[in-house]
Structures are given as structure tokens and as C-alpha cells.
Design a protein around this ligand. Structure first.
Ligand SMILES: Nc1nc2c(c(=O)[nH]1)N[C@H]1C(S)=C(S)[C@@H](COP(=O)(O)O)O[C@H]1N2
Ligand SMILES: [Mo]
Length: 522
């Protein structure tokens, strides 16, 4: 290496360093301004209408706009944490954009202020476009943005002073750091209080006294639960019940002011308060609920003992007109779900549920009232936070998921799942119990068969039948030689139809295929 190959020393390293310091102060100011704007908006929304938080409004809008493959990817990759991942992603994107806005502000403060204003407008537009929004929905985003602009410009004034060296420069730097710290504190306290207020509000939403059902469910038959702790318990505890919905923040519904409107193609419009609803005859039923986006072997299925009022009873109060073949139910957060009227009226235990395993519905599962329709996937039947039922036709209206390409009619497909052993587990060679659950709501499960390493199908022992609408546990003990083994399971429904082998993705009307698990015996 010769002398001339060496990089030339920078002519003015101090000036360079000062510029760098100023740029990073500018970027930091942008991020702080955005954090204050979002956090103040979130706080204001928490006190009024949580869904109008700029962060949540943009998140919900992205959920609604996301193309199907992206949704499927998110659910598969993040599972029930998909929403956390989304919010994290938005936070990251906002931070990067805000740093850019900060740098621009260094050159052109007016431009920076306009940029923050535009972000605020974006949040306001998202909040206003939510299905249940009122005009005041724009307030949190706009007020947040205004305060964010003030923070941006105040910080700009501090870091953009001509750099002086010595004591004056140090004082300037200290002032900037102090102001930046104050902005950071404002963002974290308003954001933190906003989150706490949101949580506190969602846990004080009036009280539902779960009624003693006039028509109770019989005691669970002996042997419905095989007693193998590796198999999903027959009743899924409420705190372990799966959750699938588009709600970034659990809707807060006050049971004491809740009402349900039944309208559309009916003889007379009916509005029921919770007390009025629960004065109607109540039933208690065991029903297994399933999500259409459940993959073969997936977790989005659970069984509960539900208490509620038959949907048919409520519909008869209003008088369904001829030709109204679709029930569109809506939730307080604007979800729309379409259910065939015929299904609600055919004698199955479709209900408006208020109780789940003896408790009021947990907030995540639809408090205070949700629909449950045995035999249909949740997205065409199980409206949570229900507050509106409209009688219409399939021709006249496509509900939320149908607008996004999912099937309008979606009966639950026969499915069986291996719960134990877990995929890729190592088990002791010798006798190994294989077990799981199988479901075919409305048709029931008549048999479950297992095969090992593509050998002959062997009938599993079945838990006793509770109802046609609940899953059955199954178990088969097999002898395994040391080495790798592959189990497969398939069920027979009550109509003698074997669960199909062909693999289908959940989209557009439910997955099919045999659940397969590979383990090593050692
Ligand atoms: N309001 C509302 N209700 C909803 C949904 C939703 O996104 N919003 N998702 C539906 C879907 S797809 C399913 S599978 C079930 C899930 O009910 P769970 O979360 O209580 O298990 O709720 C249904 N009801
Ligand atoms: Mo679902």
C-alpha cells in the first residue's frame, strides 16, 4: 500500500461531526413529534371512543384492506399474535417515516409541519372511515397532530440554532436534550395512560347475570372425556378458548345500555334490551365452534356450554318476511356476518348467547351477546359484540368476509386432529397413546381411524357422544419400534362420509386433508 492510497483526512472533521449531530437531533425530533401525536391521539380516544385512536384506526384499516394471501401469511406466521405483529410493524413504519420528516424539517420546518399534519389527516380519515364512526372520530388524530407539530417546531428551534462552541453551545445542547426528554415523557405518559384507561374501561362494562337456563343441557355423558391430559379437554376453558376477529382493541360494550335491533324484511321492527332478551325462554347447549381459517391440525376450534335465547324466538318476534333468505348480523365494531335464514329456523340450536361455560361471555368472545349457530364456521354465524340483525337476501348484500372472497355459505367440514404426541416429539419406544379430537357439527362423528407409517387403518376408541354439535375425543394405543414414525388420522361423520384426504387451503370455505404427525420413538 502506498502513501497516496490512504483516505484523505476530512478537511473539517468538527463541522462534519456537528452536521451529523444536527441531523440526528432532527431525526430524533421527528420521531418524538410523531410519538407525541400518536400517544396524545390514543389518550383522547381512550376517553371517548377507543377505535378512533389514530394508531388503532390505521391498523384496523390495514386489516380490512389486507389482501387474502397477506392475511393468511400473518395468521400462519404470528397466529393469535397477528395483531401485535401488525401494530409493531405500523410503529416501525411510522418511526422511519417520522425520522425522515425530522430530517426534512432541518431544512424546511414548514414542510415538516405539513408532513405531520398530513399524517394526522391520514389517521383522521382512517378513523372516519371505520364502519361505526361519527364525525368526531377525527378529533384524536387532529389534536394529536397539532400537538405533534408544536413539538416538532419547538425542538427544531432548539437544535437549529447556529452551533457555537464552548459554554453557549453546551447550554444549547442541554436545552435540546431537556426538551427532547420532556417530549419523550409526554409521549410515554399519554400513551401509557391511554392504554391503562382503555383496559380499565373494557373491564367495567356492566354486569350480565347469566340466567339459569329454562332448558338446561344434560350432564356430560360419562366417558365423553377420555381422561388423557394430552387430549384437548372436552370443554375448552374460557381463558383457553381460541380468538379470531378483526378487532384491534376489544370493543367495550355496556350491558346496561346494550340493545339489539331486528329490522329489514320483517313484519315489525323490534328493539330488545338485555333484560328483555333474557325474559325470553333460555336454552343451554354444548356446541363446538370452529374457524374457517383453521389449518388441518390447527388450534382454532373449541367447545363450550353456551346459554342464550334461541335465534328463532327472536326472529319470530319480528316476523320474518318471505324471501328474506339472509340474516345479516352486525357488531358494535361494524363487523357484518351473513347467515342463511333457513339455518336459523331449521330447529338446530342457533342462539344469541350470553353465557359461556357458566360465565358471562369474556370480552374477547363477544360480551355481552354473540350469535352461535351449530354447524357453520364462525365467520358466517358467530357474531361477537352483536347489536343488530337485519333480514335481507343473499342477492342484496355481501357481508365483510364475502366481500373479501370467502364463500357465502360455509358449513363446517368433517375434521380430526392429533393432539398427542406433538409433532416431532420424541416418545419412548413401545406402547404409545395417540389421541385427539374430531368434529362434524350437525352430522356428528361415528368413527375415527388412525394409521401408522401408511399401514392399515385402525379404529380408535371414541369418547361418548355429547351432542351432534360437539367434538369427540379419540385415542388409539400403538406399539412403536425405535425410529421415525408417521401418524395420520381421519374421521367418519354421522352420515357415513369419510373425511376427504385431498388437501385444501382454508380459503375460501375451509381446509380439508388428513392431519399427519411425525414423531421419533427412542
Ligand atoms: N364482531 C366480530 N365477530 C366475529 C368475528 C369478528 O371479526 N368480529 N370473527 C368471527 C370468526 S371468523 C370466528 S371463527 C368467531 C371466533 O369466535 P371466538 O373468537 O370467540 O373464538 O367469531 C366470529 N365473530
Ligand atoms: Mo373464523
Amino acid at each position: 500500500m502506498t502513501h497516496t492510497d490512504r483516505p484523505l483526512p476530512s478537511p473539517a472533521p468538527n463541522a462534519h461531526r456537528a452536521r451529523l449531530a444536527q441531523s440526528s437531533a432532527a431525526a430524533t425530533s421527528g420521531i418524538l413529534a410523531a410519538a407525541v401525536a400518536v400517544a396524545v391521539g390514543h389518550l383522547l380516544a381512550a376517553f371517548s371512543a377507543p377505535a378512533t385512536s389514530p394508531f388503532l384506526a390505521v391498523g384496523s384499516t390495514l386489516i380490512d384492506l389486507a389482501p387474502q394471501p397477506l392475511k393468511a401469511f400473518a395468521i400462519e406466521t404470528f397466529g393469535e399474535s397477528d395483531k401485535v405483529a401488525l401494530l409493531f410493524g405500523i410503529g416501525l413504519a411510522v418511526a422511519v417515516a417520522a425520522a425522515g420528516v425530522g430530517i426534512v424539517t432541518l431544512r424546511n420546518p414548514r414542510f415538516g409541519a405539513v408532513a405531520v399534519g398530513l399524517f394526522g389527516a391520514l389517521g383522521a380519515a382512517a378513523a372516519l372511515a371505520r364502519p361505526t364512526a361519527t364525525p368526531s372520530a377525527i378529533a384524536p388524530s387532529l389534536v394529536g397532530a397539532a400537538i405533534g407539530i408544536a413539538v416538532l417546531l419547538a425542538l427544531h428551534r432548539l437544535y437549529a440554532r447556529p452551533r457555537t462552541s464552548g459554554d453557549a453551545g453546551d447550554r444549547g445542547r442541554r436545552r435540546f436534550l431537556l426538551a427532547a426528554g420532556a417530549a419523550g415523557l409526554l409521549a410515554t405518559t399519554s400513551g401509557g395512560i391511554g392504554i391503562l384507561v382503555g383496559r380499565a374501561r373494557s373491564s367495567s362494562v356492566g354486569v350480565v347475570d347469566v340466567p339459569v337456563p329454562m332448558d338446561p343441557a344434560p350432564v356430560l355423558p360419562a366417558g365423553a372425556d377420555l381422561g388423557n391430559p394430552g387430549i384437548s379437554p372436552f370443554f375448552t376453558p374460557n381463558d383457553q378458548f381460541y380468538r379470531v376477529d378483526t378487532a384491534l382493541e376489544i370493543p367495550v360494550v355496556d350491558a346496561s345500555t346494550w340493545s339489539l335491533r331486528i329490522h329489514g324484511m320483517v313484519d315489525r321492527e323490534v328493539v330488545l334490551t338485555l333484560d328483555e332478551l333474557l325474559q325470553l325462554p333460555t336454552i343451554e347447549r354444548d356446541i363446538t365452534l370452529t374457524c374457517v381459517s383453521n389449518q388441518v391440525g390447527g388450534p382454532y376450534v373449541g367447545t363450550a356450554r353456551w346459554i342464550g335465547v334461541p335465534l328463532a324466538t327472536v326472529l319470530e318476534l319480528a316476523g320474518v318476511q318471505a324471501g328474506a333468505d339472509q340474516i345479516v348480523s352486525r357488531s358494535v365494531d361494524g363487523m357484518t356476518i351473513g347467515t342463511p335464514t333457513a339455518v336459523a329456523m331449521d330447529g338446530r340450536d342457533a342462539m344469541l348467547a350470553v353465557g359461556m361455560n357458566g360465565q358471562p361471555l369474556p370480552p374477547v368472545n363477544g360480551y355481552p351477546v354473540r350469535m352461535i349457530v351449530p354447524g357453520l364456521y364462525g365467520y358466517v354465524s358467530a357474531t361477537k359484540w352483536l347489536n343488530d340483525i337485519e333480514l335481507t337476501t343473499f342477492d342484496a348484500y355481501d357481508p365483510y368476509w364475502v366481500q373479501r372472497g370467502w364463500a357465502a355459505q360455509a358449513p363446517i367440514k368433517t375434521m380430526s386432529r392429533i393432539d398427542t404426541p406433538k409433532p416431532l416429539a420424541t416418545v419412548p419406544a413401545g406402547r404409545v397413546p395417540i389421541g385427539g379430537v374430531a368434529w362434524a357439527q350437525q352430522r356428528g362423528i361415528d368413527g375415527v381411524e388412525v394409521r401408522v407409517d401408511e399401514g392399515p387403518w385402525m379404529a380408535a376408541r371414541l369418547g361418548s357422544v355429547d351432542t351432534l354439535d360437539t367434538w369427540r375425543q379419540w385415542q388409539l394405543d400403538v406399539d412403536l419400534a425405535p425410529g421415525r414414525h408417521r401418524f395420520q388420522v381421519r374421521a367418519n361423520d354421522g352420515e357415513g362420509v369419510i373425511q376427504p384426504e385431498a388437501r385444501a387451503e382454508p380459503f375460501p370455505d375451509g381446509a380439508t386433508g388428513w392431519h399427519t404427525v411425525v414423531v421419533t420413538a427412542a
